[in-house]
Write a protein that binds this ligand. Structure first.
Ligand code: DGY
Length: 381
């Protein structure tokens, strides 16, 4: 029997309560827990709905505020870790499901498919779904790239959506995650990276289930919206460098289905609005950090100070840049944070213009092949 958890922060309460009802009506679900970042309006609305929902469905429904568990910015990591603690300390269920609170296409299928994977004996089931070719730019250029460079023999680079917030964990996995000091510490956006890494490190078997309808959440404006997430996700990878993990763990991926026209046509971010971010607001300190980058990248970024340039940031240039970042990036230095953002933006724009423009099928094929090429380069040293 299972616990379903929705971590949330300022979400639309109508969508969240609707998703709670969907979860409660699933026969495998014994209880639903909502973990709020704070006592915001959404929290109040959900708290008010709980007693009625409990009567209606005859199952416990709770809403709690996340505990301060970690050491970094208090964010999603504290929320998810609070849920792990609750699951272990307050319940004896076998499985815990996480779902983002803002999924407008949530249905019983999400829960059933995860349960089916766990019924087959997998320790972890992760949901994956089609995303626009210019969405998931942190996933591709930071997380999957980093996994390929650092752990090319493991299953990590091949996990479709390593930052996904929709997953099922069996009890031994929850226990292991919470025992890891690094997981407890990661209170920010880096939590998904830490969970993914830790489950592979401990050899848990992994199934990725495909949800064709996808998440249908809103996409981003200029890429500044993603700055904090980018920095925290990169720093999470960097903090794991040097850790050894097993090669070739058990990892199965359900074959995907056809992708809707809506996802194929969606533009993931505002390209025009993102261009000035390459050029604006360079400080002397930031300029001096260019020193440690490969010469072509350094020259390209220097040129950006007067005009947006990104033609230089191709696949090879990003590989070399990423290696330099792993060695030199300093999380607590705001100049480094700004430079990391600009470098990633140059890579994202380069990919958008040279690959994504050629169409959805080409772009997704390119991204998967790119990970393969990075894995091979990393193995050749
Ligand atoms: C990612 O890259 O996966 C982030 O969710 C932003 O889209």
């Amino acid at each position: 029997m299972s616990l379903v958890v929705f971590p949330f922060k300022n979400e639309d309460p109508e969508i969240l309560v609707g998703n709670v009802k969907t979860a409660l009506s699933h026969p495998r679900v014994e209880e639903v827990l909502c973990v709020g970042a704070s006592e915001d309006q959404c929290f109040a609305a959900v708290a008010e709905a709980c007693p009625t929902l409990e009567r209606q469905y005859g199952k416990p429904v709770k809403v709690i505020v996340q505990e301060r568990i970690g050491a970094l910015r208090p964010g999603k990591g504290d929320g998810m870790n609070t849920a792990l603690k609750y699951f272990l300390e307050e319940t004896s269920y076998e499985r815990l499901h996480f779902y983002d609170a803002d999924i407008v296409s949530f249905s019983q299928e999400w829960i059933s498919k995860a349960e089916e994977g766990a019924d087959q004996g997998f320790d972890v089931v992760r949901h994956y779904f089609p995303r626009a070719s210019t969405d998931a730019m942190i996933t591709w250029f930071v997380t999957r790239t980093g996994f390929a460079l650092l752990w090319p023999k493991s299953s990590l680079p091949w996990i479709e959506q390593p930052l996904g917030g929709e997953l099922l964990l069996t009890r031994p996995v929850v226990k292991r995650l919470l025992e890891e000091e690094k997981v407890r510490r990661q209170s920010d956006w880096g939590i998904d990276t830490l969970y993914t890494f830790t489950m592979v490190k401990h050899g848990f078997s992994l199934y990725e289930t495909y949800i064709g309808v996808g998440k249908l959440h809103k996409l981003y404006g200029a890429l500044t919206d993603l700055r904090t997430m980018l920095v925290e996700c990169f720093a999470a990878i960097q903090s794991l460098r040097g850790e050894e993990i097993p090669s070739f763990g058990i990892h199965r991926v359900e074959y995907p289905g056809p992708v809707s026209q809506e996802v194929r046509e969606k533009v993931g971010y505002n390209v025009e609005g993102s261009l000035p971010l390459l050029t604006e607001g360079w400080s002397r300190e930031e300029e001096s950090l260019l020193e440690v980058l490969p010469p072509d990248v350094r020259a390209g970024m220097q040129a950006c100070r007067s005009f947006p340039r990104f033609g230089f940031m191709d696949e090879e240039a990003w590989y070399a840049t990423y290696q330099a970042l792993l060695d030199h990036f300093q999380f607590d230095n705001p100049h480094w944070q700004r430079l990391l953002f600009r470098l990633w933006l140059a890579r994202t724009l380069n990919y958008t213009v040279n690959q994504a423009l050629r169409g959805y099928g080409h772009a997704l094929h390119y991204l998967h092949q790119m990970v393969g090429r990075y894995v091979r380069s990393a193995l050749q040293g």
